[in-house]
Design a protein around this ligand. Sequence first.
Ligand code: PFF
Length: 445
Amino acid sequence: MAQDVQQREQWGSKLGFILAAAGSAVGLGNIWRFPYLTGQHGGAAFVCVYVAIVFLIGFSVMVAEMAIGRKAQLNAVGAFQKVKGGAWPLVGWMGVLAGFLILSYYSVIGGWTIKYFFWSFTGLMGQAGAGKAGDVFGGFVTNTPEVIAYHAVFMAMTIWIVYKGVGEGIEKYCKIMMPALFVILIILIIRSVTLEGAGKGIEFYVKPDFSKLTGKAVGAALGQAFFSLSLGMGCMLTYGSYVDKRTPLPSSAIQVCVIDTSVAILAGFAIFPAVFAFGVEAGAGPGLTFVTLPSVFAKMPGSSIWSALFFLLLFFAAITSAISLLEVVSAYFIDSGWTRPRAALVMGILMFLLGIPSAMSLAGAPKIAGKDFLDAMDFIASNVLLPLGGVFIALFVGWVWTAEARKEVSNEGTYTFGLMEVWIWICKILAPLAILYIFITGLKW
Ligand code: PFF
């Protein structure tokens, strides 16, 4: 299957790998979903549960994925075929399908971030200042040709980066965009927490309220951790296949988990203090990001700059995740003999086309069993395919491929992973049971 294993592309450095994997993990999920979930589900209490889940279960599944990918030196489907065969490649197929579905709508929202970045300088602030942020958002998302045009621009950039390759494309751009993202986030936080009245927002965000920590909140934390860490669909497996044999996988995975979780927690400190300081009603999801925040920025001196900085942050977060989604799908075709440019272009265009109904979903596109097209794609991928993929990956390492996994994670005996037994136990028992729990509780259409 592999054309030439010797010539597989590799990351240029360990830092490059970590920034690329963190780029995949840090995405729209961190910035618009995590802060909102935290505010809803008990503040600091929710964060504690979330952090525990990330470092016990998320970390374990991440190491499992990286180990399978690095051992096989292949894409998600090819890797399962090579290391075990049987029905296991189906897990990889599910991942490829999930990547396809997620990127189709992710790119639509990525396009919105480009529109909002430029719009910050050309009229958005005036409208938002006049209390019309909701109306202009509604006007934009129902203007189908414009939404599709921005979706096309976002997808074209994603294709371009994947087309350039692992080192010259993905790694190079993540090495620029991830530090930039972090700097912008810090600037926004400083602005936000120094506003008069910011304290109420901080209180809303972090004040622990254990009474809100229900079973549903724990399920939400699990689902969010999985999506946020890009797990369950072979993304970390594919990125792992470009890692050299000396890099310790557990420490890399820990760093990715720390970066992803920090950005998620920090995003709330950029958002809520400002929202509360100006007494604006905090919406959820797209509402929070594209309606509430423009109204907040419009009230600040230098509004255009703050708004543009925020949407640039969101754009960097989105595109570094989008390239990983396209890479999972492209890698399969590249390993099957296609050239990289062809795989990136053909798959990118197909995902763009599949995204068109999502781009039209707020403009009255046909619904799927009562759900907007975009929400339906998100549901199938995030609530069905990712958790199922995660269960199988954990079971695979915990029960089927355990001896090989030990060897791969210890770099053939040259690296000591102090938590090896705990990791195996989590893959065997805790992760499958916990993920199955999200799967079942999250299955309400
Ligand atoms: N982790 C990304 C986010 O938090 O927005 C989304 C994502 C990217 C999920 C890549 C899955 C994936 F393979």
